[in-house]
Design a protein around this ligand. Sequence first.
Ligand SMILES: Cc1cc2nc3c(=O)[nH]c(=O)nc-3n(C[C@H](O)[C@H](O)[C@H](O)COP(=O)(O)OP(=O)(O)OC[C@H]3O[C@@H](n4cnc5c(N)ncnc54)[C@H](O)[C@@H]3O)c2cc1C
Length: 326
Amino acid sequence: MAERYDCIIIGAGPAGLAAGLYAARDRFKMLLLEKFVPGGQINSTDRIENYPGFERISGYELTEKMQKQTVAFGGAIKTGAEVTALKKLSSSDIEISCDKDKYLARAVILAPGSDYRKLGIPGEDKFRNAGTGVSYCGTCDAPFFKGKSVVAIGGGNTALEETLHLCKFAAKVTLLHRRDEFRATKVLQEEFVAKSKEPNTNLLVKYSTVATAIEGKDRVESVRLKNVKTNNEESYPCDGVFIFVGMIPSTGFLKGFVELTDDGFIKCDFAHLRTNVPGVFVAGDCRVGAAMQLATATGDGANAAMMLKNYFRDSSWWNQPAGGGL
Ligand SMILES: Cc1cc2nc3c(=O)[nH]c(=O)nc-3n(C[C@H](O)[C@H](O)[C@H](O)COP(=O)(O)OP(=O)(O)OC[C@H]3O[C@@H](n4cnc5c(N)ncnc54)[C@H](O)[C@@H]3O)c2cc1C
């Protein structure tokens, strides 16, 4: 018979671990199911400088601290447990299926995160790390490229915002865009183009240009560029490459269970992180509108777990409007 929990949290990244800490401290019978090892995306970075309270910490060290804290308060974590399906059996029972096991829970917090969309070009995986020169997050890694020359890639809102952020640190920023006009909102495009036209600007834009390889010995030294109109190629020297071509949420297993956006993010109300399925909350990078940051993911986890009490106290709370905001 499937073991029954008050709350099951899916994914032990920063959002899931924070939710686990709060749920455990509330003395709920809870379980975190993680398909690999705890930590999620931050496991692949050795320097974090924007998590309050830590001037600099590696992802591995922060994960260890978060995990220890959650377990110290009675949180249970099962690793190697990939959730493949969920089913709402009754108003108080949700069935969660892993490869071999099944669990029951009154409430679920979905925190499976997401992953950066890759270009899939030679050198991208080899140098994937701010230390060796390839990054997917300007907000996280721009300060490591102070005074350096970097190439950014993309054409949407995130690409333009992150590129403008890079301009505050790098000596030279070259944005590559495969088309001859951006997809970003008009306002952002105007701000961007104005910046590129300032006297002595450090921002250069190369339209109709793609990167075909990232080159270097021990770290990034140049990018191979190709103009898609003329087919001309060149080796373009730089110290780093920032890839801003989108995120892929890890929500394939949730199709047909909760409402997702067209690009796979979980829909929710922003105040209480409720999905369209009563008893199912969401936290972190997998949700629509996520800021894709460590601090916001842990904030979401704490918020979702705090909301468990409202739902357990009175299940009709689920249908109450968030209220209070604009
Ligand atoms: C290289 C790198 C550097 C970064 N640097 C910074 C930084 O300096 N500062 C910053 O603020 N942010 C940084 N970020 C972003 C930050 O790591 C993310 O915003 C944050 O990890 C999101 O947390 P999350 O818990 O929502 O998702 P994730 O970290 O993606 O964790 C999700 C977890 O869920 C698990 N999972 C997925 N599907 C299932 C399933 N079906 N069953 C069970 N488990 C599942 C995954 O294995 C994973 O462990 C960085 C990201 C990367 C990749």
